[in-house]
Design a binder for this molecule. Sequence first.
Ligand code: NDP
Length: 480
Amino acid sequence: MEKILNYINGALVEPHSGNHLDNIEPATGKPYGTIPDSTKEDVDQATAAAKAAFPSWAALSIQERSNYLLKIAELIGQNLEELAQAESRDNGKPVKLARTVDIPRAQANFHFYGTAILHYASESHSMGEVGINYTLREPIGVAGCISPWNLPLYLFSWKIAPALAAGNTVVAKPSEVTPFTAFLLSKICIEAGLPKGVLNIVHGLGPKAGAAIIEHEDIPMISFTGGTATGEWIARTAAPKFKKLSLELGGKNPNIIFADCDFDKMLKTTLLSSFANQGQICLCGSRILIERSIYDLFKTEFVKRVKAMKVGNPKEEDTKLGAVVSKPHMEKVLSYIELAKEEGGTVLTGGKQAEMTGEFKDGYYLEPTVIEGLPHTCRTNQEEIFGPVVTLIPFDSEEEVLEMANSTKYGLASSVWTENLSKAHRVAKGLHTGIVWVNCWLLRDLRTPFGGVKSSGVGREGGFEALQFFTEPKNVCIKY
Ligand code: NDP
């Protein structure tokens, strides 16, 4: 059994309560380790350590802070295979995905912010003969970073790296459902010689350990990625304390396919944007909107390929879909498939748990599911399912597809497939989402602003946006 410990003030420690939670392997449905069931006391201890470490961490030169981040990046690279295996075991995702996407991206996050901080500069505003203003961008103090289970180390490091680079210290909590790579990261930080208290990782339940971070008086900024309902609670709780908030929340992303697209490229990418990571990526295109003249062709070809996708043992290299993350999550996704049927939808393929044998028979496997025949206004097409389920919806005009695409409360990401340049620009402009991909999906440049509008979040991550969030601007005005 793998025993996970908290990482507080530079040491791996037991939780105050002495209680531990089971860590379940989604591929088998069996516990394979334990994690600390941390409480407010653990968060208090972690925050005190972070507060004490802040002055000396903030006082380091940016070159010195950069060196620590680059060392952590290097060690993630050296331990890539161990981390990928751990991520796959903890989350149920194919190990190939963890090896090629999750862990390299976690490494890139530390590398990116370890170098970005070297190039970060602030503004000055000349007043001609009268004087000059310059803006200082100063670290703030202890940052609270909370991340979800779908891309565990990838999203955890996406918050921690810029917070540390900017000179803050951190109290972080990964999802209790996928804590393992965060634990391995704490060992890497020890090996990298990160000064004690600079990063503290507290494991445990969201409403207990997570809430204690949100409510803590000594944590003035919160960077959170997770569900919209949790984000609402965080906003309500943090607002009266005037904390800085960055909220990256849910999505119900449209994937818009025009008849004049490059059909083969679109089809290949649409399989990924629908089902990568078992459809558990906030950016997955769960509503596929297809121009009516190619609707039948798309449906036939797409369903044929979806049926051929292998669901199974995450360790096998040719597995396309592993297990979904937990039993409650599997049940939630299945309940949405039932809802789709009640709402009049037709399941074209999938629609149920994938049957497995041997050690995997109690794992949480779902068949990739394609549904058609639903209006864009129904709950199935409005609510986030966050699993391997997509719906197909035909459209006749640009106006109609924009109306449908923009009809949900979410506004995270969208994709547009067309070879017509003017149409691509026009539709991209008309979409109410923070991110638009044209003829691609999940093509990431870490310098770009990342985040959503409406109920998909508040604020932007990525590039210098994150460094802006994790620093406070102070204007100094000098009269000549
Ligand atoms: P949750 O909102 O349930 O949890 C996210 C994190 O918040 C977890 O670490 C969780 O802990 C913690 N948490 C839960 N309740 C509280 C609380 N009251 N106070 C503080 N922390 C709390 O989301 P999921 O983990 O289910 O993640 C899936 C969601 O994340 C989807 O909606 C998805 O769209 C969204 N997401 C958004 C992304 C974006 O960039 N916009 C990217 C990836 C995912 P624990 O799990 O231990 O309970």
